[in-house]
Design a protein. Structure first.
Length: 126
């Protein structure tokens, strides 16, 4: 390869025009597949908030696929051709995670109350 350009990176400049978020994704893998699809079509793009699932695993839908506004029609066409545009993300998994976390927190709270109550009443829990 003759070029020093990193093919997997794109930092927009003022000459690129306005940058828009084409779509938000619930899962990092879906966002990266869409970005690779656009890359293969010659459309530069980048992903934002990919680390949000690491910090907030119950807050999906924040992973943005960003492109130049001038590439929007071509990007939508490329994702439609790859059958990635109309696909509805799986939202059910996220609610399951929320319910599990609420259950765990309630269990911890209940155990804390029982422990404090047993300390006050002098009851030994074994």
């Amino acid at each position: 390869m003759e070029s020093d350009e990193i093919l997997d990176s794109w930092e927009p400049s003022e000459s690129d025009g306005p940058i828009i978020t084409l779509r938000y994704f619930y899962h990092s893998a879906d966002a990266h597949l869409a970005r690779i699809t656009l890359q293969q079509a010659g459309i530069p793009s980048f992903i934002t908030s990919d680390n949000s699932q690491t910090m907030l695993p119950t807050g999906p839908g924040w992973i943005g696929l960003n492109i130049r506004e001038s590439d929007a029609a071509e990007a939508v066409a490329a994702l439609q051709a790859a059958q990635m545009w109309d696909r509805e993300p799986d939202k059910g998994q996220s609610w399951r995670q929320v319910l599990i976390m609420i259950g765990v927190l309630l269990l911890i709270l209940l155990l804390g109350i029982l422990f404090n109550l047993s300390s006050i009443l002098g009851i030994v829990i074994s």
